[in-house]
Ligand binder design. Structure first.
Ligand SMILES: C[S@@+](CC[C@H](N)C(=O)[O-])C[C@H]1O[C@@H](n2cnc3c(N)ncnc32)[C@H](O)[C@@H]1O
Length: 244
């Protein structure tokens, strides 16, 4: 495919991820991936490791894992690839072809992941998916069953002021008008659920970075203590790492 043909193919697709396909062609995605790749804490060196990317969509994180040396990468999706989701599999297929990638793909529901259906992977990426699933506990059980060592989980959290494990339910699109946003667990609930499904060690790695407005003169705005305290009432995205 010539660069012009590739550009024309890229333009036909609604992209979620910005993926650099070479020849100066970057797919016009809607997520800020340079920020996200840092904040999820993806290991820089994945040499020889196997990686499963669950809810891969256009596959940015799968291709990045391959680029970082992973020996085997599998991308899994269903909702966007072959369901009622917000996109299609066309972006993943085009990116894989033009990158000359060997990332494998499987169309599967999260709850159908098991050692029998996909095998067990050293590293599992489960980014931005959990809160879209009607049964998050069952989903985490499936995820645990295919994680050999290290899980990187990014999810929506709520009720951060609550010291005990608690989960908020959003009926009928209450969160951002999206009816597939079902759950807002608090960090304590995520940690408890991860331990319950078999992870021995769980760490909170990051909360979505908020860009602070700058004052004149370049000094950063530092919110007062009570504003920082009030932020516990805001829902946000968080990253957890867990080890089997
Ligand atoms: C917000 S997107 C996140 C995409 C990507 N992981 C990222 O972080 O940029 C949610 C993804 O989860 C997938 N998904 C939603 N429900 C799913 C299900 N039941 N089984 C498998 N994938 C699902 C969607 O198709 C979509 O690709």
């Amino acid at each position: 495919m010539t660069p012009d043909e590739l550009r024309a193919e890229v333009a036909k697709i609604g992209w979620w991820h910005s993926i650099d396909l070479g020849h100066g062609i970057v797919t016009p995605g809607r997520t800020n991936l340079p920020d996200k790749i840092d904040y999820i804490g993806l290991p820089h060196d994945l040499t020889g490791r196997s990686v499963l990317d669950v809810g891969a969509w256009d596959g940015f994180f799968s291709f990045e894992a391959e680029r970082r040396g992973a020996q085997r990468v599998m991308a899994v999706d269903s909702f966007c690839w072959n369901g009622p989701g917000w996109g299609t599999k066309a972006g993943f297929d085009l990116a894989r072809r033009s990158l000359g990638s060997t990332v494998e793909d499987r169309e599967l529901e999260v709850v159908d992941l098991s050692p029998d259906t996909v095998g067990v992977f050293d590293v599992v990426l489960f980014l931005g998916v959990l809160y879209h699933l009607p049964d998050p506990f069952r989903a985490l059980q499936s995820i645990a069953s295919v994680t050999g060592s290290h899980l990187i989980l990014e999810t929506h959290v709520d009720l951060r002021f609550c010291p005990y494990p608690a989960i908020r339910f959003y009926p009928s699109g209450q969160l951002s008008g999206d009816p597939t946003n079902f759950w807002g667990p608090n960090p304590a609930a995520i940690e408890a659920m991860l331990r319950w499904v078999g992870f021995r060690r769980v760490e909170r790695v990051a909360r979505r970075k908020v860009r602070r407005p700058k004052l004149v003169g370049g000094r950063r705005f530092r919110p007062k203590h009570w504003i920082r305290w009030l932020r516990r009432f805001e829902p946000t995205m968080m990253v957890f790492h867990a080890w089997r």
